[in-house]
Design a protein around this ligand. Structure first.
Ligand SMILES: NC(=O)c1ccc[n+]([C@@H]2O[C@H](COP(=O)([O-])OP(=O)(O)OC[C@H]3O[C@@H](n4cnc5c(N)ncnc54)[C@H](O)[C@@H]3O)[C@@H](O)[C@H]2O)c1
Ligand SMILES: [Zn+2]
Length: 360
């Protein structure tokens, strides 16, 4: 087992990376949560797979654990479900010392976190992420929230967990398409900050794709290391945290225009190729780096281009991005591989050329 730490100044917490749940009870005890009333919040897919075993494993640290289950999927990520949570919490007499446990993917984590941030003005919560995307990305950093009126993550709060416990073994039940979407975000961490980690990806793609226990735990560790460093330096996205948006300005536009048919990670994969192309045109990366990136995405069965999209529409959609400020499209680009920054001075032509690069 490996342990990393997040320190936002206001809050410190550990990230445990393990290939089983065997140290879960210990982790709760170390965080001072023993004896508290608890509630596992999870979705309808994850509940039958892991809820009972997590409950059993925590029996020694908690005699009173309830289970709050909602219908799996992004469609549930709204205030109605949050309202159902509050009702459940009241009926089960959860108080300010009670602990919520987010057991599931990013939808569970974002919603349980928001429930924890707002119920009784904030109660503690723990993240037990079970998708690769949530293990390498959404469970770390404290962004919580729900979608509102068709807008993703429109209502939410920054709220940090007491601890994150990652059991990479849970990935064995995850459909491969979801695994690949998580791999796109992990590769991103290599491109923006860690060339050694990126090299590990290139050199070990077979064992990573096969979910070999050691390889996947190195991936989760490498990503959590980058993410925890970035969010520790910049909890509320006033600067450094923007580098995590690498591939996302292009990716979000594709995601919205696809009517959310493509998974977020798939859109980030093509978005990264566009951002790499733009960086290459500026002389920051080699053409061979793009070939390598493309080959890696293809190996992971991630899309490397998009069909049926129009350059002008994608460009227009990029102006609707939350991160577009004062009409300027901010693109996270690379100074070199492993070193990202926010570029505010891209021309329309440059951006459109990058979009054309990913359109089939
Ligand atoms: N908070 C953040 O910083 C942040 C960052 C990135 C994404 N997000 C959010 O995360 C969400 C996407 O997360 P996600 O990709 O994990 O989606 P998800 O939570 O919907 O999980 C994907 C699917 O896998 C199922 N599942 C989960 N774990 C499983 C397992 N171990 N075995 C089998 N099935 C399993 C789920 O029930 C679901 O059907 C989006 O809502 C996005 O906005 C948040
Ligand atoms: Zn993302």
């Amino acid at each position: 087992m490996k342990i990393l730490g997040v320190d936002t100044g206001a809050k410190q917490y550990p990230i445990y990376i393990d290939n089983s749940f065997s140290s879960l009870a210990d982790a709760f005890e170390k965080a001072g949560l023993k004896g508290r009333k608890m509630c596992i919040v999870t979705d309808s897919n994850v509940a039958p797979l892991y809820a009972e075993s997590v409950k059993d494993l925590l029996a020694d640290v908690c005699a009173d654990i309830s289970l709050c289950v909602f219908t799996a999927g992004e469609n549930s990520k709204n205030l109605d479900t949050i309202s159902d949570f509050y009702k459940f919490f009241v009926e089960n007499h959860l108080d300010r010392r009670s602990v919520l446990i987010a057991l599931g993917g990013g939808v569970v984590g974002d919603m349980c976190g928001f429930g924890a941030a707002t119920y009784m003005r904030g109660i503690p919560f723990v993240q037990i992420p079970t998708t690769l995307l949530s293990q390498v990305d959404s469970s770390v950093g404290g962004k919580t929230g729900v979608d509102f009126m068709g807008n993703k993550n429109m209502v939410g709060a920054f709220y940090q967990p007491e601890l994150v416990y990652i059991n990479t073994d849970t990935l064995n039940t995850l459909p491969y398409r979801e695994v690949a979407a998580g791999l796109a975000e992990s590769v991103k961490h290599g491109y923006i900050q860690d060339t050694e980690y990126l090299k590990f990806f290139m050199d070990n793609k077979e064992s990573i794709k096969a979910l070999d226990s050691e390889a996947i735990s190195r991936v989760v560790y490498g990503s959590c290391k980058v993410k925890s460093y970035v969010v520790s330096k910049d909890e509320k996205e006033s600067g450094l945290r923007e580098i995590l948006n690498f591939g996302h300005t292009f990716g979000h536009a594709v995601e919205s225009l696809s009517g959310f048919d493509m998974l977020h990670g798939e859109c980030v994969a093509v978005g990264m190729l566009a951002a790499l192309y733009l960086s290459m045109k500026r002389g920051a990366v080699d053409p061979k780096d793009i070939d390598e990136a493309k080959a890696l995405m293809e190996y992971f069965e991630l899309p490397v281009n998009i069909e049926g999209f129009d350059t002008d529409r994608i460009y227009a959609q990029m102006f609707n991005d939350k991160k577009t400020k004062n009409g300027v499209i901010n693109i996270t680009a690379l100074r070199k591989i492993g070193d990202a920054y926010t570029e505010k001075g891209c021309t329309e032509r440059e951006i459109k050329d990058a979009i054309e690069f990913i359109i089939k």
